[in-house]
Design a protein around this ligand. Sequence first.
Ligand code: C2E
Ligand code: CA
Ligand code: CA
Length: 856
Amino acid sequence: MENLGVDPSSVTRPRSSNLSLARASLLGCSALLLSIFLLVAMLLVFIAHDQNHEAEAHSRFDAENALQSFERLSRKTIKDYAFWGDAYQHLHLTVDTDWAFVRQNLGPTLFSDLGYQGVFVVDPTDRTVYSVVYGQLRTVTLQGWLNRSMSALIAQARQGADSASAVSTFVDMDGAPALVAAAALSPGTDPDVQRDQRPPSVLLFVARFDPARLATLGRDYGVDQLRVAATGAEATVFPRMTLADDAVAVQWTPERPGDRLLVLVLPLLACAGLVFGLMSWFILRRTTAAARVMDANHASLAASRSALAASEERFRDVAEASSDWIWEVDEQLHFTYLSERFEVVTGLSRERCLGRPLDEILSSEQSALSTWFKGHARRANAVLQCNYQSGDGQARVCRLSVREMEGRGYRGTATDITEEVEARRRIEYLSHHDALTGLANRTRMQEFLDGKLKATPTLEAPLVMLSVDLDRFKPVNDLLGHAAGDQVLNEVSQRLAGCLRDDDLVARIGGDEFVLVVAGMASQQEVENLCRRLIDCIELPFYIAEHEVFISASIGIAMAPADATLAEELLRYADIALYEAKEAGRNTWRFYAGDMNARIVERRQLESDLRLAIKQDQLRLHFQPRYRLQGKQLAGAEALVRWQHPQRGLLGPELFIPIAEETGLILPLSNWVLHTACRVAASWPDGVVVSVNLSSTEFQRGHLVARVKAALTETGLDPARLELELTESVMLDDAEGALGIMQSLKALGVRLLMDDFGTGYSSLSYLRSFPFDGLKIDRSFVGGLTASGGDHSIIQAIVGLGRALSLTVTAEGVETHDQFSALRDVQCDEAQGFYLSEPMDAQAIAQLLRRSADPS
Ligand code: C2E
Ligand code: CA
Ligand code: CA
């Protein structure tokens, strides 16, 4: 794919816009300049602070210098006065105030000219002997005036006497500093002055700094506003200098050149910053606008690029994540591209398939691929189902979606839908087939039939429909379990299918109902042969878990177009024919005939007539005698019901008993038979029994035991003289329930006979485990008895069995003398049949009994 070659890094690298780029660089510049501004400002502040600090140090030095200079000056001055022989003479040896004050040697000029407010002389005993205060001679003591003792200073001064040195100190004098300078009076080098032995007197000058004087002193030394140190907040603002040990201190206002610098330069700096800020804001605006325009262009470019990259990425992801593979072919339908998934999905090699024609790998059932591509590829949703063989040789199915690339061939995706197709096929199959046997079901059969009928079968080549119903299948299910039933059904299915050709159809449309659709049968004989084959097949024994099971089948036949041309009708007619076959004694087949329908209508009519029959006393009871073979004595009679139909005359039980059983009318009918039989038999001689036939349906519902008991008590018949005949089907339907009922019946004292013995397939086992008193060999066995033998051995075996089980064995349907004598030969107990006596009404049998009781 030519447009897939995008460098992945360009896809992943974040791309900033021009706008943000411009903004970022301008902001960066501004930040840099701002920090330079800040740095300069900080530097300025630092310099200013440093300058202030230096200025302060200077001023401190100046202040110190001012005071120290004054102190030095004072010491020098006092030395001049103290180390002077005249002063020693006039103020130590004697105190001559006249000399000192009046003659102005140490008088007022010291105050007026030099500014010493106090001039004192203390004698060797520290007594003030001379004092001039504010230029006036006074008599105050030094201590009194200063308000403190200066003895330490005085002592110090005396020590310096020899070295001619003066001492000084600052003291606090009424809140202002005062310098006290002291020097011992000494004659110095004056040879004329005689010295005494006393300690020298000491001269003291006191200069007090009031605010004006302090300020003047400071000004002289360049110290601004030198003053006594304040207390409180102001004290910490300005520099301060402690003068003496005690608290007296001075302060001054130093110059602050740094502040000046700041005041001068900072506004300038701020102005410059403002101008710069405005400029950069302006530039930012301009560049932002420009960048926006560029970004707009750029953004659309970037957006389309990233969209392309995203879509390609998406394509790759989808291509590799999906189960589909992607392909491209050129105009000649040769593969030019196959996605990686191709190999994973198909198991075929990409390398080997590229360049090969499409139809070498894929094929379609619809049409040749090249034709299809030309016809369909331009459509929006061109999709084609294709078959191919996977790498491991398995047949697979895929769905191709195709798109034409203008003049460059075609491309599309291929989805493997093998499983989907298979699942669909499976569902399709299941919906058309019977899950148990795998045969077609009703739906499929109907479709098949419709299809066949559309091909319009002819009389010469008819379509034959066979409706097959198994006889005696229900007992298999009930007796041997459903698994056995299923097994039989499966085998039946196979046997049926085995009788047909492949293009015929066998369907299972109900429990044990099958439908066969067969074509190509030319004659009725051919159809009959088929039916024979089918029945023969089904009659073969089934071996189900040690059991040998026999079933049979009845078949109804309908043909198109002779009987019907619609599927539904054909089915219905085949069913009617089937019903007829069953009616005809099962195990046979019937072709549908027009009058069958009429017969069914007739049956419906009979059904409603039968309801009335019981109420309107249309039922008749005949009796067929039964004889002991030894001595040919009359042992009893079987009660056989008839229906005196008002229109149809006397009807046999085969015509209406099945209807009665189906409709539930069997209960009132059977009750009537029971009562009538017992009432009639009650008038017979002792020892003659009456047999009453019971339907298996009576065992299933309708309180049989109570009904029998009621009939006995109402008629007063000895229970031992009542026999009940039941067939194997009673036990097949519900063996356990049947056993319970039979035991209850036995408890009443009645006898139980198994009727139609030998027609079922498990009669023997029933005989053993159920309380029977006798059995009646079915007339089909007896019919086979001939003079030459025939079924002789079977009858003999049954008789032997009856004997072994102490059962009375009766042979039914004895029609000939040969049969009679054959039965006598095998020592059968009793016999019944037309040869001996036909069924007769109550009156007739009464006469017969009378005659046999009185043979004369
Ligand atoms: P089944 O119990 O086997 O009764 C004997 C049938 O054989 C009777 O037919 C009888 O007329 C017939 N039969 C007797 N001797 C011969 C003979 O030598 N040859 C031939 N071919 N047939 C002979 P029927 O009366 O038509 O009864 C037919 C069936 O109807 C009976 O067969 C029985 O199963 C049923 N049935 C009759 N009466 C009643 C009844 O009152 N209640 C019930 N539930 N079923 C009844
Ligand atoms: Ca019977
Ligand atoms: Ca019978």
